[in-house]
Design a protein around this ligand. Sequence first.
Ligand code: AMP
Length: 328
Amino acid sequence: MENGLSAASTPPLPGKAAGGEPAPVATPPAATALQRHTCYDLLPVSYKVIVFDTSLPVKKALAALLQHGVQSAPLWDSVRMRFAGMLTVTDFINLIRHYYSNTSYDNALEEIEQLQISGLREIQQKMGLLRPRNIAIHPMQTLYEASKLLLKDHLHRLPLVDRVGNQETIVSVVTQYKILKYLAANAPGVTKLNTQLRDLGIGTFTNLATATAQTPLIEVLNIFIDRKISAVPIIDDKGFVLDVYEKYDVLMLAREGAFYDLEMPVCEALVKRAPDFEGIHTCTLSDTLGHVLETIRRMPVHRFIVVQDNMLQGVVSLSDLLAYLIEH
Ligand code: AMP
């Protein structure tokens, strides 16, 4: 045992079986563990789920997200009595970008006062930014199926929607973090726990999207959307990591109505960061997979910024880790 995780189990060696037949390829231990459990199994005995009616004003939804410290919430269409997708930080970023390029600040303020979530969906539809379908999973589907769906659609969270006949119920939301925490805490025989990240090929180390403290905020928002990433490291001219601007930080900005000044340097936007900011997790390439999983087991992590003497080397996101674990 190391770091409170299970010792590595040995999967069958690939290659030829005794009879000369190709040996079946072993299912990775994490994938096996996730296939054995349903999303329902991850639900605690008692929990809250925050769901917004699509007629709720966007401003109230924003305040509620911040109040509950969550980044997103499932939506309910009470006319059609149906699950209606998710409201996420990306929706707010798209809204801010829309107002930035289409209207004056005064108009934006006026419009946003009236805007309901359903109206926001219409704006996104016109911008061609809305997903063609509302992605959800049934609570009795396996964590493996949920993981595959999360990775395929580049999602960080997936609503659990129960369907009985014509009736739908939003049960909860399963996140990449919850699945990884389950894997880290329940010792499902993950291998290579002692192997350093440098030897595992987990994460992104080339073509990194970064910004400097002076980069205009609008450029960082554009990076989030264009590169489909959730955080941009802020570095100085030598590559030292100064901070990380996260998608979640945009919620605070939106609440302050700061969409009028998107030319502000990102360092100014960082000052407006939510007071419950949990900090940045860094690691080095010498850290082991076991160490990274142990950190995830102990505290909420959104990603690891990989550094060497505080110089940016790469990013190991939760999706990188999940993809690695279900494939190896
Ligand atoms: P996430 O931001 O967690 O959705 O990450 C999605 C993918 O983008 C993962 O493969 C990350 O390694 C990669 N990634 C995350 N942040 C950055 C960044 N700043 N530059 C380049 N790639 C990134």
